[in-house]
Write a protein that binds this ligand. Structure first.
Ligand SMILES: *Cc1c(COP(=O)(O)O)cnc(C)c1O
Length: 231
């Protein structure tokens, strides 16, 4: 591991994460430009996001709609190229706000949500790229469609004309992530999907080796969180 210490300045930690992505990409014979680093800023204040913006970071992730709405409008005025990713579970009654405030949705995982998103894209004229979340570990407490239902669910989303660009997963915390990343890659390939949102602070290099196009990294950039919002 080449990640710098938690006391290092944010810009330095960000550079260390980029370095690790480049090393993993090189090892896998991939172009590091094919990996988008999403800085997950949940629980951290707008000032921390501003610091990351100053260091050149543009993609950010939040797992709560409310937190995204509160933190980013002012930052976007100064940085219109900021890209905000919703990486947490989305309730159908928050779809309207999510579509208005976010740029990419990583957590499409059930038909009722797919329908609501399709409706809101039609109404608002904002058609956001979407990832289907797959619960690769089949954990009952976790969001995401079951791996065996993924092909049918992707077809359902396509029939609703949702712009599905790829798949997303959060492997079980107590298991080797690699088989989960490999499974996600396999499901994506057989469905003709090219983007994979996988890998967090502890395993993003493994994810890059296994084809991640989007890694979602929080604590390795912003430091430890005082509480962990529900995934
Ligand atoms: C919090 C979170 C992350 C980032 O986790 P770290 O371990 O802090 O890098 C990534 N993905 C999702 C869905 C999250 O909720």
């Amino acid at each position: 591991m080449t990640a710098s210490s938690p006391e290092a300045p944010l810009a330095q930690r960000l550079a260390a994460v980029h370095h690790q992505i480049a090393e993993a990409a090189a090892e896998a014979g991939r172009d590091p430009a094919g990996v988008t680093l999403i800085a997950v800023a949940k629980t951290f204040p707008a000032e921390a996001v501003a610091e990351a913006l100053a260091a050149g970071q543009r993609h950010f992730g939040e797992n709560r709609v409310q937190e995204g709405m509160a933190k980013y409008p002012a930052l976007r005025e100064r940085h219109p190229d900021l890209v905000l990713h919703l990486i947490g579970p989305l309730q159908t009654n928050k779809v309207k706000q999510a579509v208005a405030h976010f740029d990419v949705i990583h957590t499409v995982d059930r038909e009722s949500l797919a329908q609501e998103l399709a409706k809101e894209f039609g109404k608002s004229g904002r058609r956001l790229p979407c990832f289907v979340q797959v619960n690769t570990g089949e954990e009952p407490q976790k969001a995401g469609c079951a791996p065996r239902d993924a092909d049918a669910f992707i077809a359902t989303c396509r029939a609703l004309d949702l712009p599905i660009v790829g798949l997303m997963c959060i492997p079980p915390a107590d298991e080797e992530p690699a088989p989960h990343f490999a499974l996600l890659n396999k499901i994506a390939k057989r469905n003709g999907l090219t983007q994979l949102s996988m890998g967090m602070s502890g395993d993003f290099d493994t994810a890059v080796m296994l084809g991640a196009t989007h890694v979602r990294v929080g604590s390795a950039i912003f430091g430890g969180r005082s509480y962990a919002p529900a995934a």
